[in-house]
Design a protein around this ligand. Structure first.
Ligand SMILES: *[C@@H]1O[C@H](CO)[C@@H](O)[C@H](O)[C@H]1NC(C)=O
Ligand SMILES: *[C@@H]1O[C@H](CO)[C@@H](O)[C@H](O)[C@H]1NC(C)=O
Length: 364
């Protein structure tokens, strides 16, 4: 019989609840006297079978998916195996606060990018008024682990790694936190103007080390709890990865904690670079989206990296053009905050229902 091999029908089933639990395809006939002599088990079957055997459609109960959405809660009721999908349209609050931390590679080749940053603060805040009238900026710099072979440890080079070029520059450093989040754009510009470049030996830089500190040193950086948080890494070189530091005899894995003393990262020569997994965890834990603004030759390298960091965004800094960097920040902000989010619940489809809501909520 067509009933024999279907999983709904069973002598063991005595209630509607048990019946619907057997799967989204099962229906229950709640007509009290339906096939009375055959036992309650026969009231559970595929709907098509129930109808054929004389249970009116008004008497069949199916496992239905119920989705209730209001401004704060999505409430989903569904049987095992059924699926619900719905679209949540997310609208930005008009004065949604945004924190953007510039983490800038200040190795010698970055001089022009650094110069260009001086004009970015004000221009960016003007542009972002379209999306947020509450933009705060912060700033930190990095080069690499200040230890051989990443830097030249000759006494004349430690304090001025650029002496070969007859320019004066500052010593290499793992990470310096320079400016805590501020809404004062003149202050941002003033601080950027004071920044000087540094120098080191090898090509890759210590950006991931610096990113982790900027992420976990919440108090120093001054990330606002209610703000959309963006961490922008600006570099023209690839980054060192975990295990790279063995070359310098540094074998201790990163502990994932903040080690700032007077705004200087003190763990640089003691611990390895963080792994991508570790960095990714910390970014998620602290609700920070990373943006990689990299020079176009390095684009491909960072494309691979960004795949391993959920929620990150990659763009080219077309060298030294201010609109370019501003577009990058604005685009990444839009991608992160204005796309509708599709939720899908549970396994194979039986019942599908779409619910559109246009509720105003905080960013997902
Ligand atoms: C949304 O629904 C939940 C649960 O039903 C309720 O507690 C909450 O007050 C509702 N919120 C609004 C804004 O209606
Ligand atoms: C903003 O920063 C500038 C430059 O540092 C300073 O002179 C000014 O007083 C600051 N404004 C406010 C409102 O704090």
């Amino acid at each position: 019989s067509p009933v024999g091999d279907n999983l709904c029908s069973s002598a063991l089933i005595t209630s509607c609840k048990e019946c619907l639990r057997r799967g989204p395809q099962c229906s229950w006939c709640f007509k009290e006297d339906f096939l009375e002599e055959a036992g309650a088990g026969h009231r559970c079957d595929l709907q098509v079978n129930l109808l054929r055997r004389g249970c009116g459609p008004e008497f069949t109960e199916n496992s239905d998916v119920k989705v209730d959405v209001n401004a704060t809660v999505v409430d989903i009721l569904c049987a095992p195996g059924s699926e619900a999908s719905f679209v949540v349209a997310v609208k930005q609050l008009p004065r949604y606060p945004v924190d953007l931390y510039y983490l800038v590679d200040v190795s010698a080749s970055m001089q022009e990018n650094l110069d260009h940053l001086k004009t970015v603060g004000v221009a960016l805040s003007l542009r972002m008024t379209e999306y947020s009238s509450d933009l705060w900026l912060g700033f930190g710099s990095f080069v690499d682990k200040p230890v051989s072979p990443y830097i030249n440890v000759h006494p004349t080079k430690i304090n001025n790694p650029c002496s070969d070029y007859e320019i004066r520059c500052r010593p290499a450093h793992g990470f310096h936190h320079v400016l805590s989040m501020t809404g004062n754009m003149s202050e941002f510009t003033r601080v950027i103007k004071r920044q000087r470049i540094s120098g080191n030996m090898d090509t890759p830089e210590g950006g991931l080390d610096a990113m982790l500190q900027a992420t976990v040193c919440q108090r120093a950086v001054g990330w606002r709890p209610e703000a959309k948080r963006l961490l922008l890494l600006m570099t023209d070189q690839p980054s060192h990865l975990a295990l790279d530091s063995r070359l310098a005899g540094i074998v201790i894995p990163h502990d994932g904690l903040c080690h700032l003393e007077n705004n200087v990262y003190t763990g640089s020569t003691r611990m390895d670079h963080p792994s991508l997994g570790q960095l990714s965890d910390k970014l998620l834990e602290n609700h920070i989206h990373s943006i990689f603004a990299v020079e176009k030759q390095q684009y491909q390298w960072y494309e691979e990296l960004v795949r391993l960091l959920p929620g990150s965004y990659l763009g080219k800094i077309g060298f030294f053009q201010s609109p370019n960097l501003i577009d990058l920040v604005v685009d990444s902000y839009k991608v992160r905050t204005q796309l509708p989010t599709l939720f899908s619940v549970s396994k194979p489809a039986m019942t599908k229902r779409k619910t559109e809501v246009g509720k105003e909520t905080a960013a997902v």
